[in-house]
Design a protein around this ligand. Structure first.
Ligand code: PBG
Length: 357
């Protein structure tokens, strides 16, 4: 035996196999791998979500979302600035109210003095057009029953009434446009809301304010932590007289078993004038994202939702996953499947720690 023979090498002599193609050649070094990488992720691909509350100097950690807090407007501005420094140039804002400020019709959704409208004005003053400001348009954080639309009693029980909800959503969208939003993002899943909002914005003079539609939004268990963060869980149940609303969102959000239906929603939102489309959640619906990518030329966003974030954080904290690589792999997968943009609670952390690439 040779004294310096490395262990476990193939027996000598051997002649190379005649393999016409060896995919391993392009995996030999980080530089080669980067050279042929099909997917790139930059801070400018990310949209950071924020929960905005009234008051000042307030930062309320959210138990279910480690590292995420509800922020008063002044604290929000610091985070937006930090995002800008890291290259994250878009944010989506969710307003959070106390129970005392909610009512059956969610009237505070269109309050020009509410947390979102105030945040828009102050962020616009501070950052001008450097920052893309997006707002969630939905009633669930503003209604006492926690549904995304308005209720109506019918002979079949209490339902979420599609058409009367549209006017309330449009008022909310116009309030956000007046306060300086670049894009409004309806997440309520009422039929016809994109066209209705487009009309209302145009009539109010906001022809330049765009719509990022939650085109395909599933009735998902992965929104659990968000509902804790926003206090927006649907209240309801069954009662013999049918006077309670449904306890879940399945009469308006999509059935997780359906993918083709996503193409129906895609065609509708395009026809109604949406500027960008969204799929939500992300990782469990990459097939839907892929189909939509083929069906629409519009920019496509995916929402890596609260439950997806919380699951990664929990697994990382339990020592079961390496967080950096698990987050990077998740975000790459979402882009690879066809997303141009990703809304994620990891936006600032991933940008700060260099988990993109
Ligand atoms: C409001 C809304 C929800 C989310 C975004 N907008 C919650 C819901 O539909 O219950 C979820 C976002 C997340 O889980 O991160 N309708």
């Amino acid at each position: 035996p040779q004294p310096h023979a490395p262990p476990n090498t193939a027996p000598e002599p051997h002649s190379p196999l005649a393999l016409p193609r060896r995919p391993r050649r392009l995996r030999a070094s980080p530089a080669l791998r980067d050279l042929v990488a099909e997917t790139r992720l930059a801070p400018s691909d990310l949209i950071a979500p924020f929960f905005v509350i009234a008051g000042s100097g307030a930062e309320e950690p959210i138990g279910a979302l480690p590292g995420v807090s509800r922020l008063s407007v002044d604290r929000l501005l610091r985070q937006l600035e930090r995002g800008l420094e890291l290259g994250v140039r878009a944010a989506v804002l969710f307003g959070v109210l106390g129970a005392a400020d909610k009512d059956p019709r969610g009237v505070r959704a269109a309050d020009p003095q509410g947390p979102v409208a105030r945040a828009l004005r102050e962020a616009r003053r501070a950052f001008g057009s450097d920052l893309v400001l997006i707002t969630d348009v939905c009633l669930c954080g503003y209604t006492d029953h926690g549904h995304c639309g308005l209720l109506k009693a019918t002979p079949r029980g209490v339902v979420i009434d599609n058409d009367s909800s549209l006017a309330a959503l449009a008022e909310m969208a116009v309030t956000h446009a007046e306060a300086g939003a670049d894009l409004v993002s309806p997440s309520d899943m009422m039929d016809g809301r994109v066209g209705y909002l487009r009309g209302a914005l145009d009539r109010a003079g906001f022809t330049g304010v765009g719509i990022l539609a939650y085109t395909v939004k599933y009735a998902s268990a992965f929104y659990g932590p968000f509902r804790e963060a926003a206090g927006s869980a649907p209240q309801g149940g069954t009662s013999p007289d049918g006077m309670l609303p449904p306890r879940d969102r399945r009469t308006y959000q999509m059935d997780p078993r359906n993918a083709r239906e996503g193409l129906v929603e895609t065609a509708l939102d395009e026809a109604e004038g949406a500027d960008m489309l969204m799929v939500k959640p992300a990782l469990a619906y990459l097939d839907v994202l892929w189909r939509m990518r083929a069906a629409t030329p519009l920019p496509l966003a995916a929402y890596h939702v609260s439950g997806e974030y919380a699951a990664l954080k929990a697994a990382a904290r339990a020592g079961a996953l390496d967080e950096a690589s698990a987050v990077q792999e998740s975000l790459w997968a979402i882009k690879r499947a066809g997303a141009d943009l990703i809304i994620t609670y990891y936006a600032l952390e991933a940008a700060a720690k260099g988990w993109l690439g």
